[in-house]
Design a protein. Structure first.
Length: 224
């Protein structure tokens, strides 16, 4: 089930209709209040979320979703007429999985939805990863550095998991941006660097395992 939170009834109805035509179950909501009322009864597999909503705005809704253990891993695609770098970076930094500016094509929307859902599929065969003294458990959404539990944001967690999944391999900035955020825009490189710095800081002495490969990208060292 895909939930679309959009206050413009014409856009909302078009999106829901298009999703259903594309083979998805979908339901629309005009505001945050009605959305949260429904989410208590049934969790969606993905949320399409407009930023400019009456009452509680979309970024506040996103924060509430990410702060709740029951909803923090639900993929979210932001929909908005805003297209400035600040708005895009802010949404992604808060945990959005993708970002589409209006006006957008329905085929593009369906493609983005499918892409985000593919990335969100659980990898049960790699539930627990250990590289050196860092351990990550995707089912418990827990990271241990040595014997200490480290609290990470959704994007920090995804970034660390991908680095650990490819330990010893140099990952280009483009590869990391595509895998974690799903699409390119001017300003994403800064966002990636900010997340890497934050990861290193939170991991403390173990953060040195995340190596910078000058001019290329980053690599998770296999020994610490």
């Amino acid at each position: 089930m895909i939930y679309c939170v959009e206050d413009d009834p014409n856009i909302r109805e078009l999106i829901v209709y298009s999703l259903k035509t594309g083979g998805f179950e979908a339901k629309g909501f005009p505001d945050a209040e009605s959305f949260f009322g429904e989410i208590k009864a049934k969790l969606p597999s993905l949320v399409l979320l407009d930023i400019m909503l009456p009452g509680i705005d979309g970024l506040s809704v996103l924060k509430m979703l990410r702060d709740n253990p029951d909803t923090r891993n639900i993929p979210v695609i932001m929909l908005t007429a805003k297209g400035t770098e600040f708005d895009i970076v802010q949404g992604l930094d808060m945990g959005a999985d993708d970002y589409i500016t209006k006006p957008f094509g329905i085929l593009e929307l369906i493609s983005r939805v499918k892409s985000v859902l593919r990335r969100a599929e659980p990898k049960k065969d790699q539930r627990v990863l250990k590289v050196g003294d860092i351990t990550i458990d995707t089912e418990k959404h827990m990271v241990l550095a040595g014997n200490s539990e480290i609290k990470l944001t959704v994007k920090e967690f995804e970034l660390l998991y991908y680095l650990m999944s490819n330990a010893g391999i140099v990952l280009t900035r483009e590869k990391l941006l595509d895998k974690i955020w799903g699409f390119d825009f001017e300003g994403e490189t800064r966002t990636l660097d900010v997340h890497i710095r934050s990861l290193r800081k939170k991991l403390g002495e173990y953060g040195r395992a995340i190596e910078t490969v000058r001019g290329i990208g980053y690599r998770m060292g296999t020994s610490q």
